[in-house]
Design a protein around this ligand. Structure first.
Ligand code: URA
Ligand code: SF4
Length: 209
């Protein structure tokens, strides 16, 4: 008879997820995940961090270059912008659990630089069991999705972020607040305006906490 382990699909994270585990056991198991091909080139799994449980959980896309090196979420340029915007919105980062839709850094090499590449839908789906387990143990009152990749991970592939910025939606009993990714603010042509809109979203979402 096949065990629960082998009966799960071979190409997603589910087979690496210890059932019913607490946060520490999940994090430690995630270090050995080979649920998709992204573990091969990245330095390490970057699991979510913060208080468990937490009222607020925020979900980004994937670790960036700094996060890949340091092994912690949102410690690079996007993280610094997020810190500033959270402070401006009156949200305490240390009270929030921060994580990503995908736990390994995906990139292409250009000379010495490693350039971020957006994860494919298949990679987001493969990694979802970790996010699902984080939600189970963190039990957030509100999950804020930062950008389209995180939004689609929780709300489905056809979800359009721009139509729902600053809104709180409900899916399977989970309350999901929607805004852009801090990297999108850094890349925006009019950065000041993009930043102000980001802070405005965060302020609106804070009311749902
Ligand atoms: N961007 C993300 O989405 N997550 C990080 O941890 C860093 C940058
Ligand atoms: Fe596993 Fe996610 Fe890393 Fe893929 S990206 S190997 S599913 S932890």
């Amino acid at each position: 008879m096949p065990s629960a382990r082998t009966s799960k699909s071979a190409d997603d994270a589910a087979q690496y997820v210890p059932e019913g585990a607490d946060w520490a056991a999940l994090r430690s198991a995630s270090c050995g995940c080979r649920g998709c091909g992204l573990y091969k080139d990245a330095s390490q799994t970057v699991f979510g961090e913060g208080p468990v449980p937490a009222r607020l959980m925020m979900v980004g896309e994937q670790p960036g270059d700094r996060e890949d090196v340091e092994g912690h979420v949102f410690v690079g340029p996007a993280g610094r912008l997020l810190d500033k915007a959270l402070a401006a919105a009156g949200i305490d980062r240390s009270q929030a659990y921060l994580t990503n839709a995908v736990k390994h850094f995906k990139f292409t090499e250009r000379g010495k630089r490693r350039i971020h590449q957006q994860p494919r839908r298949g990679e987001v789906v493969a990694c979802f069991p970790w996010l699902r387990e984080e939600i189970r143990v963190v039990r957030p009152r509100l999950v804020v999705v930062l950008g389209a990749v995180a939004a689609k991970a929780l709300l489905g592939a056809s979800f359009t972020l721009t139509a729902h910025r600053g809104e709180v939606l409900e899916q399977d009993g989970l309350r999901i607040g929607v805004t852009v990714h801090p990297s999108a603010v850094l890349r925006a042509e009019n950065r000041d305006e993009a930043y102000d809109e980001f802070v405005r979203d965060l302020k609106a979402l804070k009311k749902a906490l």
